[in-house]
Design a binder for this molecule. Structure first.
Ligand code: ADP
Ligand code: MG
Length: 185
């Protein structure tokens, strides 16, 4: 399918493997081909793009400061109220760079395909149940298996840097990325 790829849904519980304790929490979205037709055909692997997350204004995350391990890219609007949204006005969509995995995670030998998003932002609180819209702009690499958890974590941290560096370029800002990108997010 051509980029950008769009996907949305409510953040659900994942496999509960303690990704958060490793410093790389992943917000899981339901993989449902009736909602997201392209997901059946897309190749498994790591993708990068943007995530718009519906955070209540009273949420502890509403005013938190940025950063994962590096500096966050410059082109991201802090908060985008969405004119097409039917969400109550007590929430607003904040847009963040993200890196995500679509696939079976061979290291964990999953039998169902998952879609998990690591948002490149340090949050003060979880956001299970929040609506999330994704704009996938590019492919980083195919899925790999690993000899150790440390090797997996090293690769994920590298993926984060690839995503961050790519998205920091003006050409990858939400507005420039593709027609309609800014509206979607
Ligand atoms: P699960 O197995 O339930 O997905 P994780 O350990 O992967 O558990 O943690 C995911 C949850 O952590 C997300 O659903 C979200 O609520 C929260 N979270 C906090 N910070 C982030 C982040 N930077 N990226 C993704 N999710 C985050
Ligand atoms: Mg997860």
């Amino acid at each position: 399918a051509p980029y950008p790829l769009k996907m949305e849904g409510k953040v659900i519980s994942g496999f509960g493997r303690g990704s958060k304790e490793l410093g790389i929490p992943t917000a899981n979205l339901p993989v449902d081909a009736t909602v997201t037709p392209w997901i059946e055909d897309v190749k498994s692997g790591v993708y990068f793009g943007y995530a718009a997350i519906d955070l209540p204004t009273s949420h502890p995350n509403a005013n938190d400061t940025s950063s994962c391990t590096d500096t966050i890219t410059k082109n991201i609007p802090n908060s985008n109220s969405n004119p097409h949204s039917s969400e109550p006005s007590s929430s607003s969509f904040a847009v963040f760079p993200m890196v995500m995995s679509i696939g079976y995670n061979p290291f964990y030998k999953n039998t169902v395909r998952s879609a998990e998003v690591h948002v490149l932002h340090r949050f003060a609180a979880d956001f299970y149940g929040s609506h999330m819209r994704l704009l996938l702009l590019g492919f980083v690499r195919e899925e790999k298996d690993y000899k150790s958890l440390d090797a997996l974590i090293d690769d994920i941290n590298f993926d984060c840097r690839v995503a961050r560096t790519s998205l920091a370029r003006d050409a990858w800002s939400p507005a420039a990325a593709s027609p309609g990108a800014a509206e979607w997010l």
